[in-house]
Design a protein around this ligand. Structure first.
Ligand code: CA
Length: 226
């Protein structure tokens, strides 16, 4: 059973980013741009998780969160906030949100939090370890082992490897990788992807070969080639 996620957000770019990314990961996504409608749906339907924007046109995210909890809904809530003010984060958590993420964020950063929340809520489809040949990646401890030996990766390299290991043999364009790992508002060219892939390959030893270049398109992870 794929988890059902309610997204309450009014910003078109972010909606598109979330809808595309979450559907791609196999989640069942419902989007509403209104705080009131979001509240009503979250109260009357069954969702495994709610992604809640703080700034909404009709009712702010704090109110939605407070009312959901007041009505006894214990669905995990991740708040999105454009503000960097620590007070907002504290207030969100005080009102019953489980986690928050500050915009702009990368998709994988959000995904890691969603998975952590779903695991904690007992959604067993979320594994803590990904395995491919002698390569083991732990999504909770962020430890990577190759044939039992730890490999030290930067957060970006880790995010790239996690994405590849979750989707073996799938071809990712450099643009998709930029979008997924660096974020929807990243401004820069795809050379940065090539550089990080190159570092990642070097660190992965024999499994570096598993990250194959698909000429003119991008990259794909073929664990059997490692
Ligand atoms: Ca908003």
């Amino acid at each position: 059973m794929s988890a059902r996620i309610l997204v309450i957000e009014d910003e078109p770019t972010v909606i598109e980013f979330l809808r595309t990314g979450l559907s791609y990961e196999g989640y069942d996504v419902v989007v509403t741009e209104s705080g009131r409608e979001g509240l009503a749906r979250a109260l009357n339907e069954d969702f495994d998780l709610v992604i809640l924007d703080l700034m909404l046109p009709d009712m702010d995210g704090f109110d939605v969160c407070r009312k959901l909890r007041a009505f006894g809904k214990d669905v995990p809530i991740i708040m999105l906030t454009a503000r960097t003010d620590i007070q907002d984060r504290v207030r969100g958590l005080d009102l019953g949100a489980d986690d928050y993420i500050t915009k702009p964020f990368s998709f994988d950063e959000l995904l890691a939090r969603i998975r952590a929340r779903l695991r904690r809520a007992g959604h067993t489809a979320e594994p803590t370890e990904l395995r491919a040949d002698g390569l083991v990646l732990n999504v909770e401890t962020h430890q990577v082992l190759l044939d039992g030996t730890p490999i030290h990766l930067t957060p970006t390299e880790f995010a790239l490897l996690e994405l590849f290991m979750r989707h073996p043999r799938r071809v990712f364009t450099k643009e998709t990788l930029l979008n997924r790992v660096w974020g929807y508002d990243y401004v820069g060219d795809t050379n940065v992807v090539e550089v990080h892939i190159s570092h990642l390959r070097n660190k992965l030893g024999r499994m570096g070969r598993a990250i194959q270049t698909v000429y003119g398109v991008g990259y794909a992870f073929h664990p059997e080639e490692g």
